[in-house]
Design a protein around this ligand. Structure first.
Ligand SMILES: *[C@@H]1O[C@H](CO)[C@@H](O)[C@H](O)[C@H]1NC(C)=O
Ligand SMILES: *[C@@H]1O[C@H](CO)[C@@H](O)[C@H](O)[C@H]1NC(C)=O
Ligand SMILES: *[C@@H]1O[C@H](CO)[C@@H](O)[C@H](O)[C@H]1NC(C)=O
Length: 370
């Protein structure tokens, strides 16, 4: 079976007027992904998700409208980050890094030594695991008020965002948190530049013609009056419905199960000593394949996201010495920041994440033949 998204933007939720106040921009990326996903759910799926996230209470029964209005996937999109420090065990589930991966010089996804960290405890395993838990919930007949399903769904919505953030796919310097750069003169690091500053710019420079609500009711009813609504209109109307129209289906392709290669005697021996080597079939199947989806995104790290200059004088390298005339490498240049804008790089990452999340949720929760 192949994943599908609902080509007609069509769900049954009334947008509320909630306007986000002060919040980290990092949150914006996750909320954008969740909002796009919501637009491509089959009509019967969102009510199921809402019932998992907000088990009906006495209060809802008295004012049914409130519960509908307060159910938007974007509200829970950052839950996994907000409670990350209370759930320390969950930290490694937000990213994955090949051992020895050091873009742009060394590109391992994973390399011969596998992944850093504990087996299966990374964002690929997190997506596999939450998918499995939610499938179990469906098989069990969808028991009401199941805290395991609720947590799994909140994590899943978040992990699809993280999977499409290229810096969550390399372990170099904690995903770039340790590598300082400048963005429009401001000192930052390459991770938070991608998390926040690049997203902020994409929102800021979205053309004004996307500010007005469109006639597309199915799109508009999923928006919440957020600062990033115009960017979402741009992504959905002119990205998914426009320039990427012919490739969107291919975003959902999974290569399918390949028979594991027979092992040599030497490999069998090392397995006995070191444990079984990781295989893509540990996380991927023919329907949901986080490893396959992440592979080209990880490659972007090596191709251009980590500029070579960062590791060369005057910004790094063997005779590294920083001085005030060359403080840190500036990334908001025509070649780097300009490329991101011209090529709709973040827009496309959000679109892919949203479409894949929607398709996975449709697969789990919609009746087969929709
Ligand atoms: C999810 O991960 C936990 C902890 O590793 C494991 O006990 C559980 O069996 C996994 N569940 C599924 C459905 O993959
Ligand atoms: C907005 O303007 C851009 C050009 O700046 C155009 O390509 C796009 O189609 C317009 N979109 C809408 C929804 O008006
Ligand atoms: C700063 O570093 C650059 C590159 O290494 C060098 O060309 C320049 O002369 C240095 N300036 C000072 C004031 O040392």
């Amino acid at each position: 079976m192949k994943l599908k998204f609902n080509p007609l933007v069509n769900v049954c939720l009334i947008a509320s007027v909630a306007t986000p106040g002060a919040y980290a921009w990092g949150a914006a990326g996750h909320e954008i992904v969740a909002t796009i996903a919501q637009m491509y759910l089959y009509p019967n799926v969102l009510p199921i998700l809402c019932s998992i996230l907000h088990p009906p209470t006495q209060l809802d029964a008295e004012s049914p409208d409130d519960s509908a209005q307060s159910c938007s996937l974007s509200y829970v999109a950052t839950w996994a980050d907000k409670f990350r420090f209370r759930m320390r065990w969950s930290g490694p589930l937000h990213y994955v890094g090949g051992k020895g991966d050091h873009p742009p010089q060394q590109c391992h996804f994973p390399g011969p030594d596998g992944w850093a960290g504990h087996d299966g405890i990374n964002v690929l395993g997190g997506i596999r695991n939450t998918t499995g838990l939610l499938a179990e919930w469906v098989q069990a007949g969808g028991p009401e008020g199941d805290p395991v399903a609720e947590e799994a769904l909140k994590f899943m919505i978040h992990f699809f965002g993280d999977l499409h953030m290229p810096l969550h796919l390399t372990g170099r310097d904690r995903g770039g948190n340790g590598d300082k750069v400048r963005w429009d003169g401001r000192i930052s690091n390459i991770h938070s530049t991608w998390d926040s500053l690049i997203v902020a710019k994409a929102i800021r420079i979205t053309p004004h013609n996307y500010t007005k609500p469109t006639a597309d009711h199915d799109l508009e009813k999923n928006l919440r009056g957020a600062i990033y609504d115009p960017l979402i209109r741009k992504i959905v109307i002119d990205g998914i419905g426009g320039k990427w129209k012919d490739e969107v289906d291919s975003w959902l392709e999974c290569p399918g199960q390949q028979a594991p290669e027979p092992l040599s005697m030497w490999q069998q021996t090392t397995q006995l000593i070191l444990g079984r080597a990781w295989r893509s079939s540990d996380t991927d199947d023919e329907v949901v394949c986080p490893y396959h989806w992440a592979t080209p995104l990880h490659a972007m790290n090596c191709e251009w996201i980590w500029p070579k200059e960062m590791d060369e004088p005057p910004y790094g390298g063997p005779s590294f010495s920083r001085n005030s005339s060359h403080p840190y490498l500036e990334l908001d240049t025509p070649e780097y920041g300009g490329k991101i804008t011209r090529e709709w790089v973040v827009e496309k990452l959000f679109a892919m994440a949203g479409i894949r999340l929607a398709a996975t949720l449709n697969y789990l929760f919609a009746a087969e033949e929709l």
